[in-house]
Design a protein around this ligand. Structure first.
Ligand code: GLC
Length: 651
């Protein structure tokens, strides 16, 4: 609703800030004015009861103006270009890779020299794993940030980052960085001052003098790292208090009930936006709000904070999309796209963690029924938002879908989860996987899975067995898993090393800064001699690399692979085969994936169920043309094979 006083106040602030609201700054002014009432409402919903709430709202308004004013002109032009395109991030032309700068190529300075290699593969968006200052021995892979504005010396400097961003922009490539919003390192300036006893900074975190409140919280909060960091609180002897530490004991949870924390972190977000970040990955947003008596995850206020961030950035730095890294139950993930009047106005992206885990589930069981049972939920994603689709990332694989979904597909949830744990750790008879359990909690029986894409698909075991057939099968499994993530809809995000089949790296065990965290087994140290083998025909590296490259190029060639809410699942004709249809502008492509170790049969009728029957199909993957047969005849899909079938009506 329009608010006259807010309007006048905004005019005043803009004029004082030297903006020309009727001239070149009119676009910004219009965005601000149009969103000002929502901004005030959302902010007051969180902070009206705080004594500093009103005063800090002023700071917030000024901060938005400052962020816009200091936005470099080339970024403003890029904002307009993206705005004109509309939902630029849904495009099939975007494909990303996540990488650790140091483990990939040493430093930010070397990275521009690797861009040709990434472009050759078909990657045009780089997700740099956290590069800001973080204590080496207590870093959680950079997710414990001690200075949000200083690039870790190991990686280079802010200038190196700016240089890289400029090169990316020239090349029409995109940059994605993290903002670690939920916590800081215990070496962050706020934490240091809190530790010394400054109550102003203690209010930036959750401090308690004794175990009363922590015990009450612990009673309903799950443990994230039960093996390495049990419980949710850490004793700080210097000030004789307990501080909330949901993740590791050196990651202190920020108190977003305090508006100064929100404003301080928003300032960091704007700083990243004005470094030229195209997609901001908001780390662990599910945890932002804490409330006694709850799990302290996915609370409504966490969503209000994200909506507020979305509003602020869409006013000042509109070209930056937001990715909410909410790795939670499927019905909760969906809410990060926004609900009610905020539908498609919260996070632009979320990880399709459910689909990812379900692909691993189907690979282990050879059965796609659980995957299908979960889809009615995932298909609710609103138009104008997108998934990050992926097979592996730097984290463990959590089996976050519900017991009910498992039961609905006809499996016993407990047994099935135990089977998956046994399968991916290679204990299950016949399993070729070489992974490990991560954060196993003997109390609840929960466990997640670590391991690289290649090792979980059996390549490590196959190479050590020296059997060519086992290697072929492992490669087929790797490629089918990747193909499913690449074509399903959303922006594919490859994890560095997976594009050429890196297996587990066991050196983490001897590294004092990593030995407590087996996720390091799947965060490889790139060996560029090995990478050069992608150019030697018939090497394992070349086979995997060229296939990934081809998949990405098929995706780029067809607009129907953009995420336009244009995907539907095919009626299951065979429990071992997952299939979906992508369609756009009268074109159709069927994608089929055989999750089993034997040939599987699909009746040709499947290609006659969606409008005019197909007469011929062209498989973009193999290049073969297929004539659609009679309804009582079958298309045969090879073990772990997949097909990307273009529907042709003419003969
Ligand atoms: C996110 C990161 C993970 C990290 C955690 C705590 O889930 O992906 O690696 O451990 O947040 O920051």
């Amino acid at each position: 609703m329009y608010r006259h006083t807010l309007h006048e106040h905004l005019n005043d602030l803009c004029t004082r800030g030297g903006l020309s609201i009727a001239g070149p700054d009119n676009g910004f002014y219009a965005r601000f004015l149009a969103n000002s009432s929502d901004l005030e409402d959302l902010y007051l919903e969180l902070y009206s009861g705080h004594p500093e709430g009103r005063r800090l709202f002023e700071d917030l308004m000024e901060m938005i103006i400052d962020a816009y004013r200091s936005r470099p002109s080339e970024m403003r032009s890029r904002d307009s270009w993206k705005e004109k395109k509309g939902n630029w991030f849904l495009s099939n032309q975007l494909a990303g890779m996540s990488l650790y700068v140091d483990r990939y190529c040493g430093s930010l300075h070397e990275l521009p020299g690797k861009l040709d290699h990434l472009e050759d593969l078909g990657i045009n968006l780089l997700h740099l794993m956290p590069i800001f200052e973080s204590p080496e021995e207590a870093s959680d892979g950079g997710y414990a940030v001690s200075d949000f504005r200083k690039v870790n010396l190991r990686f280079g400097s802010v200038d190196d980052l700016k240089n890289l961003q400029a090169i990316l922009q020239q090349k029409d490539m995109y940059l994605m960085l993290d903002i670690v919003l939920n916590h800081t390192s215990d070496r962050h300036d706020w934490a240091k001052r809190a530790r010394k006893g400054e109550s102003y900074y203690q209010d930036h975190y959750y401090f308690f003098p004794d175990r009363n409140v922590p015990d009450a919280f612990d009673a309903t909060m799950p443990e994230i790292f039960p093996e390495s960091s049990p419980g949710n609180f850490t004793w700080i002897p210097e000030c004789e208090q307990w501080v909330m530490t949901v993740f590791h004991n050196y990651q202190w949870d920020l108190n977003y009930r305090n508006p100064a924390v929100f404003i301080g972190m928003l300032d960091n977000i704007f700083y990243y936006a004005n470094l030229g970040v195209d997609v901001l990955r908001i780390d662990a947003p599910a945890f932002l709000w804490k409330q006694l008596g709850t799990t302290c995850q996915n609370l409504p206020e966490a969503h209000s904070i994200l909506r507020l961030i979305k509003l602020c950035t869409s006013i000042a730095t509109p070209g930056m999309a937001l990715l909410g890294e909410a790795i939670v139950a499927p019905q909760e993930i969906m809410k990060y796209f926004g609900t009610g009047t905020y539908t498609a106005r919260e996070c632009d992206f979320a990880y399709n963690a459910t689909q990812m885990a379900l692909q691993w589930d189907a690979l282990a069981s050879g059965d796609t029924r659980i995957m299908l049972a979960a889809q009615h939920e995932l298909m609710q994603k609103p138009f104008g938002t997108s998934w990050i689709t992926y097979t592996r990332c730097h984290d463990d694989i959590g089996l976050g879908y519900s017991d009910q979904t498992i039961a609905q597909a006809g499996f016993d949830p407990r047994e099935h989860r135990l089977f998956l744990q046994r399968y991916f750790t290679g204990v299950q008879e016949g399993s070729p996987a070489m992974g490990a359990l991560f954060s196993a909690n003997p109390r609840t029986g929960d466990a997640r899975i670590s391991g690289s894409l290649a090792s979980l698909c059996g390549l490590e075991q196959a190479i050590s067995s020296g059997q060519a057939r086992a290697i072929d099968t492992a490669i087929a499994r790797i490629l089918m898993m990747q193909a499913h993530s690449i074509f399903i809809g959303g922006m594919p995000m490859l994890f560095y090393g997976d594009e050429l089949g890196y297996v587990n790296d066991y050196s983490w065990k001897d590294d004092p800064s990593k030995h407590y965290d087996n996720r390091w087994m799947h965060r490889p140290l790139i060996d560029w001699e090995k990478n050069a083998r992608v150019h030697q025909a018939d090497t394992i590296e070349a086979r995997i690399y060229s296939a990934n490259r081809k998949m990405l190029s098929i995706r780029r060639d067809h607009e129907l692979f953009a995420d336009l809410k244009n995907m539907s699942w095919l009626t299951p004709h065979n429990i071992h085969v997952a299939g979906f249809l992508r369609q756009w502008n009268g074109k159709k492509i069927y994608c089929l994936f055989n999750y089993s170790a034997t040939d599987k049969f699909i009746t040709w009728y499947i290609f006659k169920e969606h409008g005019p029957a197909a007469v011929r199909l062209h498989d973009h993957w193999t290049g073969r043309d297929l004539l659609v047969g009679r309804d009582d005849e079958y298309l045969v899909i090879p073990p772990y094979g997949f097909m990307i079938l273009d529907h042709k009506v003419e003969k």
